[in-house]
Design a protein around this ligand. Structure first.
Ligand SMILES: [Zn+2]
Length: 53
């Protein structure tokens, strides 16, 4: 059986969500320079989940 947790980690690492339009952008390392949809510069890691409301 493959290590699913590792696969999930690889999928989520390097993926960022634009805080302006919620578009996901993949980046090899670090945050993307700008969103390809709205050219915004505000990003958050995709793996970060909402914990409170
Ligand atoms: Zn955007």
């Amino acid at each position: 059986m493959a290590d699913m947790s590792l696969a999930i980690k690889r999928n989520f690492e390097g993926v960022f969500v634009c805080q302006s339009c919620n578009a996901t952008t993949r980046s090899a390392s670090g945050k993307p320079t700008k969103c390809r949809k709205c050219n915004g510069k505000a990003f958050r890691p995709k793996k970060k989940r909402k914990k409170s409301n």
